[in-house]
Design a protein around this ligand. Sequence first.
Ligand code: ATP
Length: 198
Amino acid sequence: MQIRRLKLSGFKSFVEPAELRIEPGLTGVVGPNGCGKSNLLEAIRWVMGEASPKSLRGGGMEDVIFAGTATRAPRDFAEVSMLVERAPSDNQPGGESEVTRRIERGAGSAYRLDGKDVRAKDVSLLFADAATGAHSPALVSQGRIGAIIAAKPTERRQMLEEAAGISGLHVRRKDAEQKLRATEANLQRLDELLSDQD
Ligand code: ATP
């Protein structure tokens, strides 16, 4: 999966709508301290479904919304759109997809995939199948190397599963197990009804 374009509006220090095209090859982001380089990486992680404010250097999820400065009023929402090119996989054909996440103060966040409303789970599955995502080892933030060395075996296993692109299978397995349990309960209820009629 390759990131082609990133659009930000009201996200952290990106108060004005900004659009960044990412061309094939190596891309570097340079700028003075505090200009927003790390915020860009956080925008990528956030649109992929990051649910932990701590890993975005915030206290609560709404902290990603532009908080205002001495000269600019705060914003009511933050929105990030990421255009990605997907390689074909077993579950889906290749092609371009645009994922958008928007958060409004007091209203929580919502996702769109190619303009259609989707659940957070659909977005995380899209990235999990492509062996990437908010917790992917492909996104290395400050302090992460130390965290990997200090990780417990179960946490390290999760990282390896993300890298191998199989973490989506766990979500699907949980879904399938829930459906199986519901079906078993229905069958039992049916048996009870049938024996009542006898
Ligand atoms: P460094 O090179 O020091 O790591 P950087 O270029 O990575 O810096 P960031 O850490 O991405 O910079 O950006 C920090 C800036 O973003 C700070 O000026 C901070 O005030 C601003 N910022 C972060 N969150 C918000 C927010 N919610 N609203 C407004 N500004 C914010």
